[in-house]
Write a protein that binds this ligand. Structure first.
Ligand code: NAI
Ligand code: UGA
Length: 480
């Protein structure tokens, strides 16, 4: 029986390995992690991440051919294929701080693999890493390798949170990069055989190592670029009376452009888009390509602009001050169907409103009060000046309450900000919300989930991203 071990039981390691176990009953899969609470949660009824459909997959395989363990070294030593799916965040200090990927976790995993291995292994880069990481990892693995043969492959993951199970079950493609040597190609074939249990062969792409590593960064950069492009257009729509949804529909009908990923929003969030683009920017700079670096950096800059623009719309619409006013924040996760708050635009919007002394009442169906307070307590990192940390005032916490019901969040509020597009926010009784709010009642739809005309008929003053401005909002705007 082939044995797979995956280092890192996170958003990628957990679901990916659960899918491999489900589709490959002839393979034993062990997911290991240094975090005891995380592994305990994977072994319980309360999985550590919220992902539609994940519970069912885990329940079908756990204890049969899927195991979760903290005995990292033992399972790595026994495995034929070792996936490394540890976190690769942006460096916050030292060389490349604010842009480069922090490979500390990756390096320590590689050193541990080298130390404990007694048999040949295929080591798979599942984490998103800078181009040429495989070269560095090879050096670590082959240094003092006691005659063991390690083959390193790049197999980046393309799943999106909230649809991970669907994405894993029917991927657009699986990408495997390896050395072009006979041993390298043998390793590529072995990993291909795992995916071929359920992925059609024409969807399994094989490339050289560097193409696979770079394709992952490129894919995220292209996806985020579409969002920044439509968000940049949303600002122009607001100034001209065009409607961004109509523009996106018309543009997306061109089959060369396509309709997906053109939803204007308060800004993209998530643990990867910003991190991976900044990483790409750093790689371009290191390769003497400042123009290319500048081009991609703009995708992140427009995203920051969009979040700031949203806050400015809120403040200026409400007579240029939100001081002491209750504002309901509906949604805190970075997108619907996940409890993940990493880099969520909600953090920047809340920081902006707290800076103007608003009183925030926050509701998200999947994010706990602890998590929200931890996120808001974190210092905002200034990517352009990594040496400057902007301290969050401790008094700000008296301005925040977290509630478990949207109606409670909006009661007596002056305004509502929709930050996450949870389906339940479309189904709320907005007449009831309006009746229980201060007047004039403001509604700021950061996800364009509501029908603007219907909301205006109820009596709300409405701002919706990239839509023709409410006369009220228009009259009160300072420069955005
Ligand atoms: N979150 C996502 O949707 C996607 C993430 N990725 C990439 O996948 C990688 C992992 O991301 P996530 O799963 O979101 O991260 P995560 O933070 O949820 O999980 C990483 C896990 O690795 C564990 N870990 C770190 N060092 C370890 C070590 N030496 N030994 C054992 N365990 C160790 C941590 O305790 C943590 O549980 C990142 O490189 C990310 O860019 C790629 C595609 C999608
Ligand atoms: O490398 C990664 O981590 C992953 O990053 C993204 O996945 P994810 O961040 O989980 O979620 P997305 O659906 O891409 O959404 C990212 C952000 O963009 C926002 N978004 C998305 C689409 C859109 O049209 N408009 C928009 O504002 C979302 O609300 C969210 O805040 C990619 O979609 C995955 O393919 C990739 O594997």
């Amino acid at each position: 029986m082939v044995k797979i071990c995956c280092i890192g039981a996170g958003y990628v390691g957990g679901p990916t390995m659960a899918m491999i176990a489900l589709k490959c009953p002839d393979i034993e899969v062990v997911v290991v992690d240094i975090s005891k609470p995380r592994i305990a949660a994977w072994n319980s009824d309360e999985l550590p991440i919220y992902e539609p459909g994940l519970d069912e997959v885990v329940k079908k395989c756990r204890g049969k051919n899927l195991f979760f363990s903290t005995e990292v070294e033992k399972h790595v030593a026994e495995a034929d294929i070792v996936f490394v799916s540890v976190n690769t965040p942006t460096k916050t200090r030292g060389l490349g701080a604010g842009k480069a990927a922090d490979l500390t976790y990756w390096e320590s995993a590689a050193r541990m693999i080298a130390d404990v291995s007694k048999s040949d292994k295929i080591v798979v880069e599942k984490s998103t890493v800078p181009v040429k990481t495989a070269e560095a990892i090879e050096k670590i693995l082959t240094h003092n390798n006691k005659g063991i043969n390690f083959q390193i492959l790049s197999n980046p993951e393309f799943l999106a949170e909230g649809t991970a199970i669907e994405d894993l079950e029917k991927p657009d493609r699986v990408l495997i990069g390896g050395r072009t040597t006979p041993e390298g190609q043998k390793a590529v074939a072995a990993l291909k055989a795992v995916y071929a249990h359920w992925v059609p062969e024409d969807r399994i792409i094989t490339t050289n190592l560097w193409s696979a590593e770079l394709s992952k960064l490129a894919a995220n950069a292209f996806l985020a670029q579409r969002i920044s492009s439509i968000n940049a257009m949303s600002a122009l729509c607001e100034s001209t009376g065009a409607d961004v949804s109509e523009v996106a529909y018309a543009v997306g009908k061109d089959s060369r452009i396509g309709p997906k990923f053109l939803n204007a929003s308060v800004g993209f969030g998530g643990s990867c888009f910003q991190k991976d683009i900044l990483n790409l920017v750093y790689i371009c700079e290191c390769n003497g390509l400042p123009e290319v670096a500048h081009y991609w950096k703009q995708v992140v800059s427009i995203n920051d602009y969009q979040k700031t623009r949203f806050v400015k719309r809120v403040v200026s619409s409400m007579f240029n001050t939100v001081s002491g006013k209750k504002i309901a924040i509906l949604g805190f996760a970075f997108k619907k169907d996940t409890g993940d708050t990493r880099e969520t635009p909600a953090i920047d919007v809340c920081h902006g409103l707290l800076g103007d002394k608003a009183q925030l009442s926050i509701y998200d169906p999947q994010v706990t009060e602890d998590q929200i307070k931890r996120d808001l307590a974190m210092n905002k990192f200034d990517w352009d000046h990594p040496q400057h940390l902007q301290p969050q005032s401790p008094t700000a916490f008296k301005q925040v309450s977290v509630v478990w019901d949207a109606y409670e969040a909006c009661k007596d509020a002056h305004g509502i900000c929709i930050i996450t597009e949870w389906d339940e926010f479309k189904k709320l009784d907005y007449q009831k919300l309006y009746d229980n709010m201060q007047k004039p009642a403001f509604l700021f739809d950061g996800r364009n989930v509501l029908n603007v005309e219907e909301m205006r008929k109820i009596g709300f003053v409405v701002y919706s991203i990239g839509k023709p401005l409410d006369p009220w909002v228009k009259d009160l705007q300072v420069s955005i």
